[in-house]
Design a protein around this ligand. Sequence first.
Ligand SMILES: [Zn+2]
Length: 91
Amino acid sequence: MAMFGILGKRKEKAMPDRRCRHIFAMLSDYLNGELSLKNCRDLERHLKGCPYCIANLESLKNTVELCRCYQVLEIPPPSKKVRDALLLALR
Ligand SMILES: [Zn+2]
């Protein structure tokens, strides 16, 4: 990761600009499908030419998927009563 810091200093153009911060603010709405059509088009047009924002989108996507996984894991197992009933039924 330290390498990226060094590269960033040398390549000023690769640094995120104000536009990127604006895009970043819209990314979560975009992933939720809550972005207006106009903003959505702006965002997608920007993404085509901006590896920095594409990387942000990818990491956000991963976060969203991780959250979904945790939600699945948090579903409680069937209660003892239900399990006993199931075991009886399976006998
Ligand atoms: Zn950008």
